[in-house]
Design a binder for this molecule. Sequence first.
Ligand SMILES: [Zn+2]
Length: 222
Amino acid sequence: METKQCTSCNTVLSATTEHFSKQKLGKYGLNSKCKPCLIDKRKEYSARPGVRAKLNSHQAKYRSNNPKKARESSKRSYDKNKDKYNAYSRDKRANDHEYRDRCIAWDKKYSDDGKRLKSNKTEEQWSRTLELSRKNNSKLEYKARNSAYSAKYRLDNRDWFLSYERNRRESLTDGYLAHVISQSTKHSDSCSISFNEVTPELIIIKRKQLKLHRDVKNYKQA
Ligand SMILES: [Zn+2]
């Protein structure tokens, strides 16, 4: 069997699509880097400042120009990582009120359009569902049940959550920064702020502050 050496990690692997992605002009029609290295390179690239935003807007444009392809690709990706997606969404739904309201609104929208007839609820029934869900969530017993539920999912998908959180921390995502701000002000009476009250301006300031802190730390360690 033909072999091929990855130009990045120098590992010699069999020259098959199991280890290398396809690339027409490459040797044996394969990429010069092995799959794990290629994934690392892509992650490194998209973590560069400004690149994430550019990729997102590029992707949004492509998706709006090719709705059918975009839907198919989303479906493929969902089918492949169903468990992860569901665990992530469940966790977020239990902890992030804004996200939960968005989900409910989304379900409602698609049932209205008739595209995705999930429920026959009327407008009035929907607003009752929303209200009830808010009310229930403020009850201690429901809160306890929700957090037990999400703790179990965290445990069952531990590695995935750890890498998800590491990534949030490293790339200082808006959600991570809002979390840090609300947590750090939690015990102050005069200036506490909840997750949903954190403004984009505060997020920008916190990001600069943490970056500065990290830069100084790196400088001192170097
Ligand atoms: Zn490699």
